[in-house]
Design a binder for this molecule. Structure first.
Ligand code: CAO
Length: 417
């Protein structure tokens, strides 16, 4: 079976997390991804958070599967020549340097477009045009400026960042969609274009329910937030709502058997209106089924603490997996809080390719998160990340079709290290 993006060549000028997640996804759809890295050091993440001496870190290996690596000093004159040759034969160039870095290197959009009018140049930046457009941005900065931090955590605690990398990987995902859309448009126009994803915009896109609530706030209290039933007044901005559900079906994280010693012995329990009767039956509160104070969702809003306290008395008597089992039999939506250890040990995730075990020549076997997007006509096995410069010669020779004398000249220039 083929890859959906077979025949597409990506010039991967990305580093750290946001850009590499995007190009890794494209590689998992079959694109030929050529990662350009600075000689010597390469992508800074190769050595960050290193757990095995002299081996590429898991930070790097888990973001750069299925790519080829060429080392190139793109500030060296010969290095610029090689980059120009790569631009001419690639369909897409992806970069996530600090604002202005590509221009300073001598490769503004106009120049790249002149070299290859069909190329799509896709960029991640921290902010879009505006007062902050010149700023460097990392994950947590984006979570803070995109509305995630102010709405995450408990009302009486600090703003919180989440463990999900919505700023980096979230933006990489948005960028990948922009790239394949531009590739499709190119089949109609024959022309490339610029694709820009700002990390602030991507986080805000993922936080849109909170912008929904910001506007609802102007029309009265947000009844599904527990502070409402606790009689605590709302301010003029969306508050942090702890583990309250962000949707129309109230939910909470509740303790399960063993919570005293296991930090993950909890379950997310959703009191979906459609299954209210089953909820009452499971926890043994049959009198709530038709009682006017509980039977209808609107009446329950002011009693959410009482209701979830009762449900928790029941969940605390069983393990999270038993609770999951019992609730799913009667269609009550719920989710056990799974630790990373439990997820890493889940055989079904390996069977679907969502997790994969990969062999690496220096670090040995490691687990990586595979392609979360399943296409029935795309079958690209997860491969290890490349060693620094592993494919430099191969790319100069087989992709750029340079003869040995030219390759020797490039080597002598110091452009490839
Ligand atoms: N050869 C020669 N020079 C190279 C090179 C190569 N192969 N690759 C990169 N460089 C140069 C760049 O041109 C730049 O030079 P100038 O400063 O002279 O323009 C320099 O390396 C540093 O690049 P940078 O500013 O992008 O890197 P940084 O480590 O200082 O900043 C980051 C990192 C992520 C904050 C910044 O790149 C950024 O804001 N990117 C956009 C937002 C983003 O993607 N953030 C996600 C990061 S993951 O949390």
């Amino acid at each position: 079976m083929a890859g959906a993006l077979d025949g597409i060549r990506i010039l991967d000028f990305t580093h750290v997390q946001s850009g590499p997640t995007c190009t890794q996804l494209l590689a998992w759809f079959g694109a030929d991804v050529i990662k350009v890295e600075r000689p010597g050091e390469g992508d800074i993440t190769r050595s960050q958070l290193r757990d095995v001496p002299n081996a590429d870190s898991l930070y790097f290996t888990m973001l750069n599967s299925n790519k080829r690596s060429i080392t190139l000093d793109t500030k060296n004159r010969t290095g610029k020549y090689v980059l120009e040759e790569l631009i001419k034969i690639c369909d897409v160039m992806v970069e996530n340097f600090a604002p202005g870095a590509l221009d300073r290197m001598g490769f503004p959009w106009e120049t790249i477009q002149r070299m290859n009018p069909r190329i799509i140049v896709a960029s991640v930046k921290g902010f879009g045009p505006g007062p902050f457009e010149g700023c460097k941005v990392y994950e947590n900065v984006a979570q803070c400026t995109g509305g995630a931090a102010s709405t995450t955590g408990f009302r009486d605690g600090l703003p919180l960042v989440t463990g999900a990398q919505i700023g980096d990987s979230g933006t990489g995902l948005h960028l990948a969609l922009g790239i394949v859309t531009a590739l499709y448009q190119r089949t109609l126009t024959g022309k490339g274009q610029k694709v820009l994803c700002a990390m602030q915009d991507s986080v805000l896109n993922l936080c849109r329910v909170k912008m929904r609530d910001q506007q609802r706030l102007g029309r009265g209290p947000l009844l599904e937030y527990s502070q409402s039933s606790e009689g605590i007044a709302f301010g003029d901005a969306v508050p942090r709502a702890g583990n309250d559900s962000g949707g129309g079906q109230p939910g909470r994280i509740l303790k399960c058997k063993g919570w005293e010693t296991d930090p993950n012995a909890y379950i997310y329990f959703i009191t979906q209106a459609q299954v209210w009767k089953q909820v009452c039956e499971v926890i043994g509160k049959l009198e709530w089924i038709e009682h006017p104070d509980y039977a209808m969702p609107a009446a329950r809003f002011s009693r959410l603490n009482e209701i979830f306290n009762e449900i928790e008395k029941w969940t605390m008597t069983r393990t999270k997996f038993d609770v999951m089992d019992i609730l799913n039999k009667v269609d009550i939506p719920c989710g056990p809080i799974l630790s990373m250890k439990e997820i890493a040990e889940d055989a079904s995730l390996y069977a679907t390719g969502t997790l994969a075990r990969v062999e690496h020549p220096v670090r040995g076997t490691y687990i990586t998160v595979g392609n979360p997007i399943k296409l029935s006509d795309n079958d690209v096995p997860v491969e290890r990340s490349p060693l620094l410069g592993e494919h430099t010669e191969e790319i100069l020779k087989n992709i750029l079709k340079l003869d040995q004398a030219s390759i020797d000249t490039i080597k002598a220039s110091g452009a490839i290290g």
